[in-house]
Design a binder for this molecule. Structure first.
Ligand code: HEC
Length: 97
């Protein structure tokens, strides 16, 4: 019985982990690959580039396009879901589309 409980708890954990990982991944990918350059341009943690008055991203589609563009500039070969995870993160923190 105890073993069965352990097994079920384990399975439940395995099933939920990817969801948690996804949210973390966007933040982490962004921290690892995106902040340096923006920080050089805008100072601070670089997030000013997402909140500046003349920012040019005005909807979710163009956000994803720009994430992809900046990633490609770095020779990062991101999959669709990585682009999406980073766009989710930026959307949540700064853009609010
Ligand atoms: C080598 C420098 C550099 C790196 C690294 C970089 N960017 Fe950028 N990013 C820029 C520049 C330059 C602009 C502004 C372009 C402009 O103002 O015309 C920009 C603008 C942006 C914008 C639009 C901001 C707005 O106006 O609303 C987003 C979103 C963005 N970058 C996302 C990312 C993401 C995600 C990464 C990581 C994959 C990243 N950038 C990495 C140089 C960089």
């Amino acid at each position: 019985m105890r073993n069965l409980e352990r097994l079920l708890t384990g399975l439940l954990l395995l099933a939920t982990l990817p969801l948690i990982a996804q949210a973390e991944t966007g933040r982490e990918l962004h921290e690892e690959n995106c902040i340096n350059c923006h920080a050089e341009m805008e100072g601070g943690d670089g997030s000013g580039i997402y909140t500046r008055e003349n920012r040019f991203i005005d909807d979710r589609d163009s956000l994803e396009t720009q994430v992809q563009r900046c990633a490609s500039n770095q020779d990062l070969q991101w999959f669709e879901d990585e682009v999406e995870a980073v766009a989710d993160h930026l959307d949540e923190e700064y853009y609010d589309f």
